[in-house]
Ligand binder design. Structure first.
Ligand code: BYC
Ligand code: FE
Ligand code: FE
Length: 471
């Protein structure tokens, strides 16, 4: 029997070939992963050549290369950002101590949980998106979808590496379970609710990558500050790939908005559906839905979990190390929007309890930038309607706003009023039907579907009309 050398098979900078126990664990997991990819990953394109980026090292220059790959043969690798010399815990009770290279016993449970939740979202998103290949608006977009999918697959590998390397038998069991839960499954669903809804169409996909992958960005930044150094370095490297996912979302929506604006001008009407475009009001409703579902991913406003992760140095704030405060937050307070009976007021609460809101605030600021860019596209085209983020309390299922009836402009109303308004605020069956109708595949290089403008440039150094996917 020939022995497979996983150290060679799996691109890595963790000396995989020298760690036999780890190699064995990954060797038994890898075939199960491939099985999962075949049954739950992108449908139909297993034998296509896709022009993909593959991470091959962690160097500043040339960390990835582009080439045609068949997705099941993608080389999912394990990479940690370079270690920082003499890195110290940046926050919490152990601030100033050397960072942990192994898992301290008292943090084992919490760390495993954070890694499992992070790991669970990665394959979940691939499952949610598996049907989209059939309706791509161009080969360029099809390739971007698959790029996101294979990299989310790699992010799963990143978390499984940590589980196998640092958590022994229960880590291996968790790694198995990551392949057993399934997005939307009645018995074994994914852990967070936003990952149990299928991504039914490309407008949803672009909003998902804009908003939900951006939750990924902020959560990864918080973990990149971790005192558990292998987790920090793993997530630092994941953030490199994440940038492209958000680019796909930001430019995807920008191109839809561009197209819509052009048609609105040409037709001098708000209703451009019959010209093969997506109405701006429909875009706004999709935006409302995806933004609110993603806000739920930050957990509750008052979270003792978040406080203990922080005190232990396991999960920090966005750009923790750059902040100018005591990094203990024991005395600090933070303003939090709190719904009362009739209105929403701002309450000062102990900062340690409010870490989820802080991260959410940073996320919302970041989201706003893209919306501003989309609005500039509209103004430039001479359209005077604008897109807007709904109020953070709108349509929420987790935290203080769950079960409350908040309008997109932030008023608390009765259940009846809200139900009536929701027809205007959230995608209707009709919206979904119209969008679904538009999702006709465009498979000629350089051609784009009627509802989306072409991108400004191609990707990976190629032209827009490059054959990004060869079936
Ligand atoms: N759904 O103290 P609380 C990404 C649970 S996305 C269901 O308020 P905490 C990606 C919670 O578990 C980034 N349950 O929340 C994007 C807790 O349960 P227990 C993923 C929820 O713990 C696109 C209870 O409610 N990474 O990478 O402070 C494509 C009370 O919780 C939900 C992470 O999330 C929910 N939405 O914060 C691909 C980072 N929210 O203790 C990939 C790791 C809360 O009562 N995870 N619960 O049993 C975390 O940091 C935290 O687990 C959360 C929740 C921020 C998610
Ligand atoms: Fe990811
Ligand atoms: Fe992502």
């Amino acid at each position: 029997m020939t022995r497979v050398d996983y150290g060679d098979l799996i691109p890595n900078n963790v000396d995989l070939g020298d760690d036999k126990r780890l190699e064995r664990a990954l060797a038994s997991w890898q075939p199960r992963y491939l099985e999962w990819w075949r049954s739950a990953g992108p449908q139909h394109f297993a034998s296509s050549d896709v022009y993909l980026r593959t991470a091959v090292s962690v160097g500043k220059e040339g960390w990835a290369n582009f080439d045609y790959v068949k997705m099941p043969e993608y080389r999912w690798g394990i990479f940690l950002a370079e270690p920082a010399a003499d890195r110290r815990v940046a926050f919490g009770a152990r601030r100033g101590e050397p960072v942990f290279q192994e898992v301290p016993g008292e943090y084992r449970f919490d760390l495993r949980r954070l890694i499992v939740v992070q790991g669970d979202t990665e394959p979940a998103s691939v499952e949610q998106q598996r049907h989209l290949g059939a309706t791509a608006p161009s080969l360029y977009d099809l390739r971007n979808l698959f790029q996101v999918n294979v990299e989310e697959g790699r992010h799963l590998w990143a978390m499984v590496y940590l589980l196998h390397r640092y958590f022994g038998r229960d880590g291996r069991e968790e790694a198995e379970a990551l392949l057993e839960r399934h997005s939307g499954d009645v018995d074994r669903p994914r852990l967070l609710e936003a990952f149990n809804k299928p991504t039914t169409d490309w407008l949803s996909f672009f909003f998902f990558t804009y908003f939900t992958d951006r939750d990924g960005k902020f959560q990864l930044h918080a973990l990149a500050e971790s005192a558990f150094d292998p987790l920090a370095r793993t997530t630092q490297f994941m953030l490199k790939e994440e940038a492209h996912h958000m680019f796909v979302g930001a430019t995807g929506i920008a191109r839809v908005v561009q197209r819509t604006a052009e048609l609105m001008r040409a037709e001098d009407s708000d209703d451009i559906q019959r010209l093969g475009g997506i109405n701006l009001s429909t875009i706004q409703r999709y935006l409302n839905a995806h933004f609110s579902v993603t806000l739920d991913l930050f957990g509750s406003e008052g979270s003792s979990n978040a406080a203990s992760y922080y005190a232990a140095g396991l999960k920090g704030r966005f750009h923790e190390s750059d902040r100018q405060d005591d990094h203990h937050l024991a005395e600090a307070s933070y303003p939090v929007d709190s719904p009362g009976d009739a209105d929403i007021t701002i309450r000062e609460v102990p900062a340690l309890q409010a870490l989820n809101v802080m991260l959410q605030d940073d996320f919302i600021d970041d989201c706003r930038k893209g919306v501003d860019r989309w609005n500039r596209i509209l103004s430039k085209a001479g359209v005077d309607v604008q897109l807007a983020l709904p109020h953070r309390g709108f349509n929420r299922s987790v935290g203080a706003f769950a079960g409350r009836h908040v309008t997109p402009d932030g008023r608390i109303v009765s259940a009846a009023e809200w139900e009536l308004g929701a027809r205007e605020w959230l995608p209707s069956e009709h919206d979904r039907d119209v969008v679904a109708e538009l999702m006709q595949p465009c498979t000629t290089p350089g051609e784009f579907a009627s509802w989306i403008a072409p991108p400004e440039t191609g990707v990976g150094g190629r032209e827009r009309d490059f054959a990004y996917v060869r079936t």
